[in-house]
Design a protein around this ligand. Structure first.
Ligand SMILES: *[C@@H]1O[C@H](CO)[C@@H](O)[C@H](O)[C@H]1NC(C)=O
Length: 223
């Protein structure tokens, strides 16, 4: 009996440890108000943004070589930053944001600002499907799809590029987060969706695009 108690305690501890490590938060901080890439990446799973700040909430971060008057205002934050980063990055394995995407209007002139994101990596099924193909989403029997994020566009030259002329793959600033996949697939056991302009619209004419999406399979909750 004692042995049983011990081992079940250890098992519980192991589960807790696993869960803690699965949801550990990562922080990325990018200094400056020029156009600097802010890169989030998950080796396992997909990005889930917890919080994001563009401005300054701390005197020490990004203060090196800066006069005190540029770092003393610690109550500066651009509204909408969290939503912007979430929309751009949730459900992807990697995403890059430029500080230019969030720096206007200037939330605090004269203050040296930074962009900081806290995110976790969630276990999810991640798909990349090239334009004019079909995305097929499947769950095990009894489970249903819950789409976590989807983006129809192009953020990478080296994805869906085979036999495409350079002009069609060089625009990597085409991001068009979409709810369409969630609307057609959420709650279903499986789902197919055509990856084309006729379904998603054309966010960047002349660029060959792809759909990036992630979803989890879960047991339906009733009530
Ligand atoms: C990120 O997490 C750290 C540690 O909890 C916290 O100090 C910081 O304020 C957070 N940043 C944002 C942008 O919420």
């Amino acid at each position: 009996m004692l042995l049983f108690r011990l081992s079940s305690t250890m098992w519980l501890a192991a589960v807790c440890l696993f869960m803690a490590s699965a949801v550990s938060t990562e922080t990325v901080t990018t200094c400056g108000d020029a156009s600097i890439a802010h890169r989030l990446e998950c080796e396992d799973g997909v990005i889930s943004v917890q919080s994001a700040l563009y401005g300054r909430a701390n005197k020490v971060i990004c203060s090196e070589g800066r006069p005190p008057q540029q770092t003393s205002n610690t109550g500066c934050s651009q509204s909408g930053t969290r939503n912007f980063v979430k929309t751009r990055c949730n459900g992807k394995k990697m995403c890059e944001i430029s500080t230019n995407d969030v720096n206007s209007p200037d939330p605090c002139t004269g203050t040296y600002k930074y962009l900081q994101t806290n995110f976790t990596c969630l276990p999810a099924i991640h798909l990349i499907v090239c334009e004019n193909s079909y995305a097929h989403l499947y769950c095990d029997r009894g489970q249903v799809i819950s789409v976590f994020g989807a983006d129809y566009g192009r953020q990478d030259k080296a994805v869906c590029y085979a036999s495409r002329p350079p002009s069609q793959v060089e625009n990597v600033y085409c991001s068009n987060p979409t709810q369409i996949v969630a609307q057609s697939c959420d709650g279903k056991n499986s789902c197919s969706i055509r990856v084309s302009n006729s379904v998603f619209g054309d966010p960047c004419v002349g660029t060959y695009k792809y759909l990036q999406l992630s979803y989890v399979c879960e047991y339906p909750t009733f009530g």
